[in-house]
Design a protein around this ligand. Structure first.
Ligand code: CA
Length: 436
């Protein structure tokens, strides 16, 4: 599984790919869609602080013709066509991109003019959604999050009986997925205080973020054809970060009996770079152990491979920057540091469960993990849990405090994978600021 594109000794002719702490060394090579002002969106690959213009590379004949249909797919304005070609294609393309970007490789362009034309500084680029997302599904895979939230809304009955038998999810809204940096207007909704006789309508007073991992579907499955867990990762293209913004007051009033609706569908922020499963190979982890007494997963949700390495060891951090903090020159304050390896359900299990009824997943569909919360107070992935539904506000360096998000607040997610013997890789940023 771990091939030579992951060799920690590899260096790139793009100098910033060797910068300490970069998210995008030559071992990462995530895909995204970018443009400069006035240009059409096109596919690129992050390398250091630059973007390799993959569409231009294809047009200029820099990519090997042996890649066939891939050469056309990478000239599209979104990743769907490349995703549809499946894992082996993405792996072959990655191998060639690695050779193209390595220092002292025969495949690296020797022409300095061409080299500079192929690179676009990330600082000059606007990032778009990586794919046209036809369907977006949000899961609820952290048992810590599910238990904490359940306890706030239903103290006597925090975890419903189905939780430990299947990955719980709901169908989200694809049309309101937005790329990193898009402002998030405060939604208006209907909410009802517990002691009020009737609901009121107005701007949400308990606006929250949710730290999540996103998974883009690669090759789809035909309607009526389930995806066995053993094949689930053949249908995954790569991972990103997701902020499932949530209006808690709206959610609390509307969520029973059919689940989240307007409390979630006003905006969901997606990070721009899709980190492939190939790049994540060194950072696989055993599926989180279930507490003593929990049921074993049903056979369709269990394979030895998923047990051994179904999880991803991804450290995710959430930080907050208020308008006053920015004015005073404060760095964003970290609110949480959590890890995706602790999820109760793996992404493979989510895919297998999602498709078990024959539901067709299509290239570019987005699955999200649900809020990634850990067992400790510093690893809670939303304010609802962190402030105990606003009862214990978070203190900030300016002397301000937050029970929920205020206008002007910016929420910033970052994530990385690091392990002895492997090169650290990162996911870039997933940011959004409250207000238009
Ligand atoms: Ca969520």
């Amino acid at each position: 599984m771990v091939n030579d594109t992951l060799d920690p000794r590899l260096r790139s002719w793009v100098a910033s790919a060797q910068a300490p702490g970069t998210d995008f060394p030559v071992q990462n090579l995530p895909f995204g869609v970018f443009s400069r002002e006035g240009e059409a969106p096109r596919i690129g690959v992050a390398i250091g602080d630059q973007i390799l213009d993959l569409a231009l590379a294809a047009r200029e004949g820099v990519l090997d013709a042996s890649l066939g249909a891939t050469v056309d797919a990478v000239q599209a304005p979104a990743l769907n066509a490349l995703m549809a070609l499946g894992r082996p294609t993405a792996t072959a393309l990655r191998a060639q991109l690695s050779l193209l970007l390595r220092a002292h490789e025969a495949a690296a362009p020797s022409d300095a003019v061409l080299r500079s034309r192929l690179l676009v500084p990330q600082a000059e680029a606007v990032m778009h959604l990586p794919a046209h997302v036809g369907d977006y599904t949000d899961f609820y895979a952290s048992v810590h999050h599910a238990t904490n939230v359940g306890a706030l809304f239903r103290p006597d009955n925090p975890l419903l009986p189905n939780y430990k038998w299947m990955p719980i999810g709901y169908h989200g809204r694809a049309s309101s997925l937005v790329p990193d940096g898009t402002p998030v207007p405060r939604p208006t909704g209907q909410r009802k205080a517990a002691d009020a006789a009737m609901p009121t309508v107005g701007p949400s007073q308990s606006l929250d973020y949710e730290v999540e991992i996103g998974a883009f579907i690669g090759r789809g499955n035909a309607l009526g054809s389930p995806v066995p867990l053993a094949e689930a990762e053949d249908h995954l293209f790569g991972l990103c970060l997701v902020n499932d913004w949530s209006a808690r007051d709206v959610q609390a009033w509307e969520y029973q009996p059919l689940g989240p609706f307007l409390g979630k569908s006003f905006a969901t922020t997606v990070s721009p770079w899709v980190v492939t499963l190939d790049a994540l190979a060194p950072f696989r982890a055993p599926r989180a152990a279930r507490p003593e007494g929990d049921p074993a997963p049903l056979p369709y949700l269990d394979t030895p491979a998923d047990r051994a390495a179904g999880a991803f060891d991804i450290t995710i951090e959430a930080a907050l920057s208020t308008a006053r903090m920015r004015a005073a020159g404060h760095a964003p304050a970290r609110l949480a540091r959590t890890n995706a390896a602790g999820l109760y359900w793996t992404i493979g299990q989510m895919v297998a469960h999602h498709a078990m009824n024959g539901c067709n997943l299509r290239p570019g569909d987005l699955l999200a993990s649900g809020t990634v919360s850990g067992p400790t107070p510093d690893s809670l992935g939303c304010l609802l849990e962190l402030t105990r539904r606003g009862a214990q506000p978070v203190a900030l360096p300016t002397g301000e405090s937050r029970a929920f998000l205020q206008d002007g607040d910016e929420v910033i997610f970052t994530a990385f994978c690091a392990r002895e013997g492997a090169t650290r890789i990162g996911f870039g940023k997933c940011r959004g600021r409250i207000g238009s």
